[in-house]
Design a protein around this ligand. Structure first.
Ligand code: UGA
Length: 431
């Protein structure tokens, strides 16, 4: 394929991953972001997020000069294809906030050459791609929806080894499909609305699956079953599959909560009550409270006992292991509930330096897990970092006031911990 000149707008998770991976595939890529300090850092080869392989691929792109960063969107004017990868955060009443996207499209409308293909990678409500002519003020810029399915912590891998590539649109779609020709993945050519909805439907389904697993875990505790065995039984059925059935402190991050809310809202805007989504969200909020009850029970003997004045050590602060992203983290939601009830909180996360954690209210973030254990009445595991298994639990037991653990990810080996005197309560596991 003839080498194309590509533009990417937005250097966040999606934009940066898209830009470095497209450069890795051999294209010339110019990536624009309005954040000058971010652009300066990227030009120096510094990656602002913690993501495997991103630093190496960024260095490669800069070295080969296939990848360049700019704060001036006007520098994308000669691109053949422009990927729009700006954030669409949760806005008013759960709706996706499209202000950044709309302003970028307006700007692009003022500068692109006729025929440049606009690719919407941002997660956008159904109908947004169809509005591109109105938003750009142009009818000579073909637009396609090409949603991303990147997981944080696996962004590069998910880009370079996708499960599927979805291209929604007609004009311009062949050119976009050709960019992915190196990949061995099914390509779904759809209409723009189906591509847009397919992205929301996927994330929302994952959220429903997780809320189901979390409710199931609660029932397991009530009836004396082990959720690990129950979900294994389910997961071996090809129709269900084993992934996304691990109970935890609730699902979070920058995508699932906002996408469930936006999908629920767009159904509501069309007069439909998508009850399953309401239920998944409600279950998720309840899950935070269930974890708090479990901690209170360990501390006081009653799920409703007050944690006031008790020292609680948190292991894991981000929304899942393998990322430094604190956005919409269930760990922080649980911490906030405990802090509101007067608990004294110390937290440690392998990916969150104390300097960065200073901004988390009511939580003293430390750089050493031993400091979390010091005088703690309970330790709470909130993310599934394998590193937590390898901590010096004998030493933690000596430092703690009481050797008690609440393991919300069922990560630890309770028998091994018991040898160091720890009692360990998981989620959905008989005690
Ligand atoms: C999610 C989707 O998985 C990606 O496919 C999608 O592209 C991305 O959102 C996006 O829209 O950009 P991500 O936000 O990185 O990716 O997070 P996930 O790995 O999906 O995890 C979501 C939440 O579910 C986390 O809080 C995680 O701890 C929780 N989880 C996941 C569980 O509690 N149990 C599990 O078994 C799996």
């Amino acid at each position: 394929m003839a080498e194309l000149s590509l533009g990417v707008v937005g250097a966040g998770y999606v934009g940066l991953t898209t830009a470095v991976c497209l450069a890795h595939l051999g294209h010339r890529v110019r990536c624009a972001d309005i954040d000058k300090s971010k652009v300066d850092a990227l030009r120096r080869g510094e990656v602002p997020i913690s993501e495997p392989r991103l630093p190496e691929l960024l260095a490669e792109g800069l070295r080969t000069e296939r990848l360049r960063f700019t704060t001036e969107i006007a520098e994308l004017r000669d691109a053949d294809v422009v990927f729009v990868c700006v954030a669409t955060p949760m806005g008013e009443r759960g709706r996706a906030d499209l202000r950044a996207l709309e302003s970028v499209l307006r700007e692009l409308g003022g500068l692109l050459r006729p025929g440049t293909v606009l690719v919407l990678k941002s997660t956008v409500p159904v109908g947004t791609t169809a509005r591109v002519p109105e938003l750009t003020g142009r009818d000579d810029l073909p637009a396609v929806s090409n949603p991303e399915f990147l997981r944080e912590g696996f962004a590069v891998r998910d880009f370079l080894e996708p499960d599927r590539i979805v291209i929604g649109g007609d004009a311009g779609a062949d050119r976009v499909e050709a960019l992915y020709s190196a990949f061995d993945a099914p390509v779904l050519r759809t209409d723009p609305a189906s591509a847009e909805l397919g992205k929301y439907a996927s994330n929302a389904f994952l959220a429903v699956k997780l809320s189901y697993a979390n409710e199931l875990a609660e029932l397991c505790e009530q009836v004396g079953a082990d959720v690990r065995q129950v979900t294994r039984t389910m997961g071996l059925d090809d129709r269900i599959g084993p992934a996304f059935l691990r109970p935890g402190p609730g699902w979070g991050g920058s995508c699932l909560p906002k996408d469930v809310a936006a999908l629920r809202r767009s159904a509501r805007d069309r007069g439909m009550r998508f009850g399953l989504l309401n239920a998944a969200e409600r279950t998720n909020a309840v899950q935070h409270e269930r974890v708090v009850h479990k901690i209170q029970e360990v501390l006081t003997g009653s799920p409703y006992g007050s944690p006031a004045g008790q020292r609680i050590g948190l292991l894991g602060l981000t929304f899942k292991a393998g990322t430094d992203d604190l956005r919409d983290s269930p760990a922080l939601a649980i911490a906030a509930r405990l802090a509101a009830r007067g608990a004294v909180l110390t937290g440690y996360d392998p990916a969150v330096p104390a300097a960065k954690g200073g901004s988390i209210p009511d939580l003293h973030v430390v750089d050493d897990p031993l400091l979390v254990a010091k005088d703690a009445a309970v330790l709470v595991v909130l993310t599934e970092w394998p590193d937590f298994r390898d901590l010096d639990w004998a030493q933690l037991a000596q430092l703690a006031d009481r050797a008690a653990v609440v393991d919300t990810r069922n990560l630890l080996d309770a028998d091994a911990l018991a040898r160091h005197g720890f009692t360990c309560r998981g989620i959905g596991i008989p005690t």
